[in-house]
Design a protein around this ligand. Structure first.
Ligand code: GLN
Length: 387
């Protein structure tokens, strides 16, 4: 009954964990979404938009005011000069943006390099587009890649490299040197860089965000994907965008038009308010998340987890091999179930972020966009593991 395309897809483990914890009760540190309200200014803007005249389709590739606000923001933060009519396509969240991008640039038989661990959507996105993912591991405590291995992954069929910085699930922020290696590879082999920068404003310890599109020769071969979900705590609004050179934007718009027609018009209008929040908002956001990172890191370490300290995004990946041995648990999925049922904390099993699933079988991902009381409660519960 089912197409070959979807036969290999399983239910998103991230969303499955959210479902399971709602049946068992417990603290949900699985699906990465805030349990707190977005800024009041955004909610007010959404009310105003609903009272206004934005009930019909916006222009397929995005309401003009929103595209202009996106252009202004990229100029201000990254010094990138864009034309809202040529370079910007607004989609339903960065997930649809990524899919429409892959549909726009890939042909059946093309290969796409993806680093693992990865965010779970990229592989299925390539497969929907008929292309084949080729995996390159991010290794060691810094989740770094071996440039020679990356080079060897390139074949005559390679069309693009997809990556995510700051990275979900590892918290890695690609260094400028690493981005330069990737840019060099793209230029030499004529590849596209497709970058998911949805966590661009969530970086810690004084780090900044570098968009690979700002490196020499990269603007013409990069699709930069981002959105409002994570920066403004509105994952349910489903507003994302692609920044791409005009020719690629045309393709992305064509795919997007037939996939969803357009993102919710009133929320596109309200998103303008998000993008024009003052600089102090971003300082607050970083400090708020850095404090939550430290709170959860401390709790996980007290409970005995081996943690990878994130430099960005809002997840902590941990290694649980010693717990698995002690509790005679065979793999990460069983361990995540044990955490839900015995400890009352939902997480995501590490193997959902790896194509070579064995690389993730001793890992567990926690997310921390939660109020401090929830993070403390999770910490209390997890202490049971230390006893
Ligand atoms: N990006 C979020 C996460 O990784 C939500 C993803 C989702 O619902 N698939 O948890």
């Amino acid at each position: 009954m089912l197409s070959k395309r979807v036969q290999g897809f399983t239910e998103s483990v991230i969303r499955e964990m959210t479902r399971v914890v709602s049946q068992h009760g417990g603290v949900n540190l699985a699906q990465g979404m805030p349990n707190f309200r977005p800024p009041d200014a955004l909610i007010d803007a959404a009310h105003r938009a609903l009272d206004g005249d934005f009930h019909q389709y916006a222009i397929t590739w995005g309401a003009p005011r929103l595209r202009r606000a996106i252009v202004d923001k990229y100029r201000k933060f990254y010094g990138i000069a864009l034309d809202p009519d040529q370079h910007v396509t607004v989609c339903c969240g960065s997930t649809e943006t990524m899919l429409s991008t892959l549909l726009a640039v890939l042909n059946p038989g093309d290969e796409v390099i993806i680093f693992e661990p990865f965010y779970e959507n990229y592989g299925p996105g390539c497969i929907i587009a008929g292309a084949e993912p080729v995996w390159v591991p991010l290794e060691g405590p810094d989740f770094t890649f071996d440039p020679e291995r990356l080079e060897r992954a390139v074949s005559p069929r390679t069309r693009a490299i997809v990556f995510n910085t700051p990275n979900n699930p590892s918290g890695k922020v690609f260094s400028r040197a690493e981005l330069e290696l990737i840019a060099d590879l793209c230029r030499r082999h004529d590849l596209l860089a497709i970058t998911d920068e949805i966590y661009e404003h969530i970086v810690y310890d004084g780090l900044g965000h570098t968009a690979i599109a700002t490196l020499p020769g990269m603007a013409e071969r990069t699709v930069t994907i981002s959105g409002i979900s994570k920066s403004y705590s509105v994952t349910g609004w489903r507003i994302g965008w692609a920044i791409a050179p005009p020719e690629l934007s045309t393709g992305i718009r064509r795919a997007h038009d037939f996939v969803t027609v357009g993102a919710p018009h009133p929320l596109q209008e309200a998103a303008v308010t998000a993008l024009t929040l003052p600089d102090s908002y971003y300082v607050w956001l970083r400090e708020m998340y850095q404090a939550k990172r430290d709170l959860l890191l401390g709790a996980l370490e007290r409970a005995g987890f081996v943690t990878y300290r994130p430099s960005g995004a809002y997840y902590i990946l941990t290694d649980v091999a010693h717990f698995m041995e002690r509790h005679r648990i065979a793999d990460d999925t069983e361990f995540a179930m044990f955490l839900i049922k015995e400890i009352g904390v939902a997480t995501v099993p590490g193997s959902s972020f790896y194509a070579h699933r064995d690389l993730g079988t001793t890992k567990i991902r926690f997310c921390f966009p939660k109020t401090d009381d929830v993070l403390r409660e999770a910490g209390e519960r997890l202490l049971k593991l230390a006893r």
